[in-house]
Design a protein around this ligand. Structure first.
Ligand code: ADP
Ligand code: MG
Length: 698
């Protein structure tokens, strides 16, 4: 064992710890709960809770918490200590099975979209035994799901677990048709690559926009940006390297498989990728990763920015969701196999994904919708807002030949038949080169690249799991009643390719021509959050989620409401922050500079009449003119907010108003302000500049 293997998982109540600390029978029963979703009875829960508590106390924990993921996008915890009073005035440390399994946090201030009436402020948290408990600081954290009194999901975990069940159900039906009786469960796997920025904490604190909104609302471009690409995969600076080392260690202690790290395209931007794991665990771990990234940055005098677009004109941050499906027997269902039968099965699962992405493009777009992410999608730094699939030429040609019953390749003289042929191996290189695609097949998994860096990965995976479950359901229905399985399979795959090939696009997703081509193909191009959110509640989508028991219609409406509300609130905070900065710092600074110019001009004229004053005169004119313009734009932005106060409108109309009116006024204000910054004496600028922020960490 070396230092890392010794460190890994030390703060996790994992399988090894359970095996060591639980009585054999308890361990076996808990395993059944974990693997088969069997109910855990109270007596067993008590034994588990007690062992967990003893372990946690040995590790220095004093409190426990039900750790959950409400709709705010971050995680929540309310700490209770283990102490219980005794009759003789002392305390003992206790933790019961009941406390392990269920909690009742007063949850009235978490967003519920109207699901939790105010008279019933309680929500319930329930232990998710498939995700290990862990210790953070002095607290034992129990991963839980969070529901309302009536059982409606109030979090991002519950529907994720439901969607995993949905795809498990349908995938098992399909596997049985291929004669597979060994597999007992099917789970999706995810490896999320996380991008982020690091800036000096001291500078961060001087920027109200970063503090209040996570992104810069003003800021002229520095002379150097990312054009040289010299940061990408470049040498990591010592401070950053120390930060990453610290971060890795803390993540490893929590059992997070942090694996690769490197600099990203933009200056000050970096990436961390873990080794993939089961989707719900990957989701928990990604939340923990984001939390630790921010906490550990503080220790190093840095701030970690997870916003999708902290700096205009510089690439923003996203998250690549690598997704696949694997069986309890350890097989990756998106891995083309070695036998004709395995290949046929692979092709069917591939079709299921193709159909799912085509049928539910709108939901995939919805799953990544946020005010922050709107800045990236379609801005030629991240995939377009149009959803399409990249398969690579080889695989696309094979699908073509199946569709048309034609031969594939030059050597083969026969037709390419599903279930008869072995697919050629796809070297990773040929499948992975196109980085402009929102949804790319990368050899044995799909990489969904539209997620924003601060997004929980839960939403995207709920949609993926459920949409693919639906394709598989249709396939199982059809194939179960087929007389000739092989023929039915071939026909089904052929038909699916024919009906859904419009979603396959191997070209450059940044190209303007693709926007037109996609429109011709009838693909959606939902550019903004208010534009895409109404699709969430479309009838076909309600049908999908209710049929697979992932969301009820009420839950869908509530979520849509919360997302719209969050969007409007975000934009409102941004607008108010801009006004605050303009009125209190920027306008006074530029006006002071104008005054200094005019004083200099007067002094010069007095000292040496007739001397050349072009510089001072022209600059004064320019600065004063821009100042006047900026003042007008500030008033205009103020007016857009005032107008809203008198408006009586729905959450959707409100979000639309913020997008079309307020956001427009914000951009106009920024343009003048940034121009002023670029002509004003450095000394007068009240904040750290883009140059300071982007190149400040040394
Ligand atoms: P890159 O995209 O940088 O080339 P890789 O393709 O090697 O890197 O892996 C990216 C991410 O995909 C990693 O987090 C990795 O663990 C994950 N990954 C690999 N295989 C799978 C799989 N079967 N299911 C889900 N994620 C996977
Ligand atoms: Mg990748």
């Amino acid at each position: 064992m070396n230092a890392i293997t010794n460190l890994f998982g030390t703060n996790v109540f994992n399988d090894a710890v359970m095996r060591e600390r639980l009585p054999k029978e308890t361990y076996r029963q808990l395993q059944r709960t974990v693997k088969e979703g069997k109910h855990l009875d109270n007596a067993v829960a008590n034994v588990v809770a007690n062992a967990m508590k003893d372990w946690a106390i040995e590790k220095g924990a004093t409190h426990f918490t039900h750790w959950f993921q409400p709709m705010t996008g971050i995680t929540a915890e309310k700490h209770d200590s283990f102490i219980t009073p005794t009759d003789d005035g002392r305390v003992i440390l206790e933790f019961s099975g009941k406390e392990l399994i269920q909690g009742e946090p007063d949850a009235s201030s978490f967003p519920s979209g109207g699901l939790r009436a105010t008279f019933e402020a309680r929500g319930y948290t329930t232990w998710d035994p498939t995700s290990y408990a862990f210790i953070k600081g002095k607290t034992l954290c129990i991963p839980t799901a969070f529901c309302s009194y009536g059982g409606e999901a109030l979090d991002k975990k519950t529907p994720l677990l439901r969607s995993m069940e949905a795809i498990n159900r349908q995938a098992l039906r399909v596997l049985r048709l291929f004669g597979d009786t060994a597999v007992t469960s099917v789970k999706t796997t995810v490896g999320p690559e996380q991008e982020y920025f690091l800036v000096e904490r001291e500078m961060f604190e001087k920027r109200p926009d970063l503090v209040f909104t996570g992104r810069t609302l003003f800021g002229a471009r520095p002379p150097k940006g990312q054009e040289l690409d010299d940061h990408y995969f470049g040498t990591i600076k010592t401070r950053v390297a120390e930060y990453m080392e610290d971060l890795n260690e803390e993540l490893w202690k929590l059992g997070v498989l942090a694996k690769t790290e490197h600099n990203e395209v933009a200056p000050a931007q970096h990436e961390l990728a873990p080794i993939f794991s089961t989707t719900n665990i990957a989701t928990d771990h990604n939340q923990l990763t984001m939390e630790l990234m921010q906490r550990i940055a503080k220790k190093h005098g840095l701030v970690c920015l997870l916003h999708e677009k902290p700096f205009a004109g510089v690439n923003g941050s996203g998250k690549h969701n690598n997704w696949s499906i694997s069986t309890s027997t350890g097989k990756n269902l998106l891995d083309p196999g070695d036998t004709p039968r395995e290949n046929a099965q692979f092709l069917l699962f591939l079709c299921a994904v193709i159909q799912a992405v085509d049928d539910y493009q709108d939901l995939l777009r919805v799953s990544v919708a946020s005010a922050g992410n709107d800045h990236r999608l379609g801005a030629n730094e991240a995939p377009p807002a149009i959803v399409s699939i990249f398969l690579g030429t080889e695989l696309t040609e094979i699908l073509d030949s199946i569709e048309k019953d034609e031969q594939y390749g030059t050597k083969e003289k026969e037709l390419w038949k599903v279930g008869v042929h072995i697919l050629p191996r796809f070297p990773k290189d040929t499948t992975d080169r196109n980085r402009t695609s929102p949804f790319a097949f990368t050899g044995n998994k799909f990489e969904f690249r539209m997620l924003g860096s601060s997004n929980s990965i839960s939403g995207a995976n709920i949609v993926l799991n459920t949409a693919v479950a639906e394709s598989l359901r249709q396939y199982a229905d059809e194939l179960e009643s087929a007389e000739d399985f092989n023929k039915a399979l071939h026909d089904l795959i052929q038909r699916t390719i024919r009906e859904h090939k419009r979603i396959i696009f191997n070209g450059n997703g940044y190209d303007e021509a693709w926007v037109k081509e996609a429109e011709r193909r009838g693909l959606l191009n939902l550019k903004t959050t208010p534009e895409c959110l109404p699709y969430f509640c479309a009838e076909k989508n309600v049908q999908l989620f209710t049929q697979h028991r992932v969301f009820s219609e009420t839950e869908i409406n509530a979520r849509c409401e919360i997302m719209l509300e969050t969007y409007s609130k975000m934009l409102n905070i941004e607008a108010l922050t801009m006004l605050d900065m303009a009125n209190k710092d920027l306008l006074p600074a530029y006006s002071a500079y104008a005054r200094q110019l005019s004083e200099a001009l007067l002094a010069k004229k007095e000292a040496a009449p007739g001397v050349d004053c072009t510089y001072e005169e022209e600059l004064l004119r320019k600065v004063s003119g821009l100042c006047g313009g900026m003042y007008q734009k500030t008033k205009a932005l103020e007016a857009t907010l005032l107008e809203l106060v008198h408006k009586d409108c729905s959450e959707l109309e409100k979000a639309q108003y913020y997008r079309s009116v307020v956001f427009g006024a914000m951009n106009e204000l920024r343009i003048v302000a940034d121009e002023l910054e670029s002509v004003t004496d450095r000394k007068y600028y009240p904040y750290p500049t883009y140059g300071d922020l982007l190149f400040g960490v040394r």
